[in-house]
Design a protein around this ligand. Structure first.
Ligand code: ZN
Length: 151
């Protein structure tokens, strides 16, 4: 093997301020980065999956799909290794993973995203309860002009 970069990474253990679940879509990198700074999530764990919280937005929190189980497995690892303090679920406007299911109108899209995030939050709360590690679950919808938090 040939070393191609000289770069230093911190070796110490860290506690994650949050476990973030977000879409792979790179257009929102700046918005997500700004959100993390504003929330002072200096260290966080991130799972990226096309659609972000979409795969957790299930009708029945007791009936997990294999993909939902895989994503929640990442949360369990974040909790175990880095004691993640809260969960941040995200979806975004014009997400290709939703395709035509995502409304084109921004107000409608925000309502749709809020409903999806609330379903995903139910799934995460049920999962955390089973693990015996309840945590705050925060919900974010990203648009091309900003970030909204579900209250
Ligand atoms: Zn997306």
């Amino acid at each position: 093997m040939k070393k191609i970069l000289d770069v230093t990474s911190p070796e110490g253990h860290y506690k994650a301020k949050a476990w973030c679940l977000e879409c792979i879509d790179d257009r929102f990198r700046e918005a997500l980065s700004e959100l993390k700074q504003r929330q002072a999530w200096h260290q966080f764990d991130r799972t990226q999956w096309a659609g972000g919280a979409k795969e957790l937005a299930l009708e029945n929190p007791e009936e997990l799909t294999p993909i939902a189980e895989a994503i929640l497995g990442q949360l369990a690892i974040s909790l175990k290794l880095h004691d993640a303090q809260e969960v941040a679920l995200k979806v975004h406007e014009a997400c290709g993973a939703y395709g035509d299911a995502m409304p084109k109108d921004r107000e409608e899209a925000l309502r749709f995203m809020e409903a999806e995030l609330r379903k995903a939050a139910d799934v995460v709360h049920a999962y955390l309860e089973k693990l015996g590690t309840p945590k705050p679950v925060r919900l974010f919808a990203i648009t091309f002009d900003g970030v909204y938090e579900v209250e």
